[in-house]
Write a protein that binds this ligand. Sequence first.
Ligand SMILES: C[S@@+](CC[C@H](N)C(=O)[O-])C[C@H]1O[C@@H](n2cnc3c(N)ncnc32)[C@H](O)[C@@H]1O
Length: 340
Amino acid sequence: MAGERDPELLTLAEALANDPRPTLVWGERTAPLRELLPAGYPVRFFTDDLATSRELGCPLGVVPERGDETRVALVMPRAKALLELRVALASALLPPEGELWVAGHQQDGVKSAETVLEAAGAPGTTHVVHLKRRCRVLATTLDAARPADEPGLGRFEERVPVKTGAGGYEVVTLPGVFGHGRLDAATAALLSVLDARAPGYRRALDAGCGAGVLGAWLATKRPRAQVDLLDVSAIACAAAQRTFEVNGLSGEVHLRELEDLPKASWDLVVSNPPRHTGRDHAHELTARIIDAAAWRLGRGGRFICVANHAKSVTDALERNFRKVEVAHHAPAFRVWDCER
Ligand SMILES: C[S@@+](CC[C@H](N)C(=O)[O-])C[C@H]1O[C@@H](n2cnc3c(N)ncnc32)[C@H](O)[C@@H]1O
């Protein structure tokens, strides 16, 4: 049953059922909530994540449209900085004295949401609505006298300067996007392999682009090439778009699954696929992305990726490519250079 797998959603559903009113539920992996709520409950869903949006048939993006709800229920996101961003954006959407809720599991740091809500709400209004299964639902009432928040994303952006053999550029990151505010060690290793090997391409794809750090290398190195970037997270795509804008680079960002792109259409795919999904290793997802990336390549196409050294990863590389070479070893990951 959904609730046993999703204790925070079951706890949120109970809290919502006890106090029915039009609510915007905002978060990832929220689809099971629909069947946990009483039939006809006045709820609207919004998410940053393509899979959740497809499951729910709900809008996908970074900022929801303003509705007539008086309550926004946020499901604890993967990063506290992303919670702060959503609390600020949700406060700007709600009417004066609207209610903001945050639901989450203790393991996902829901307790830390209390200080975030206290900062956004009227003094003395932050409280626990429901506490069960090591999960809690917290609430605050907005301060009717608060100054209106600037609803844009600009003040949450951070810029990370990156120096590569192709040239220097600034990566614009946002909360919740992989490598927010820093350059990840595995990404840096992949960039150094790209610098050293200087692969040729006319059409190149950055699969799982995050803030677009690899795609920016591709567009900087060969400004006349067509560069595509893809991610399943709307906020990652927004950051990648900004990275290309601030550096004057040309490329197209796709908020899609890799499987939805045409086959045999690129001559280079680069990727730093997810290493974790929530608290679990993502070897299977990595293998799926490798399979899908291989099909996007034409004959002789090249795939350069960084991943954990797991059997499912090497199996996926071996079954898809005729040449598989380790270009960089590190204790936690490897960079592979493969040919179709
Ligand atoms: C480890 S991060 C790498 C981001 C960026 N390339 C970098 O190196 O900083 C992996 C990215 O893959 C994205 N992702 C997760 N599942 C995906 C999928 N099924 N298809 C494409 N991208 C996915 C995540 O949203 C995340 O931005």
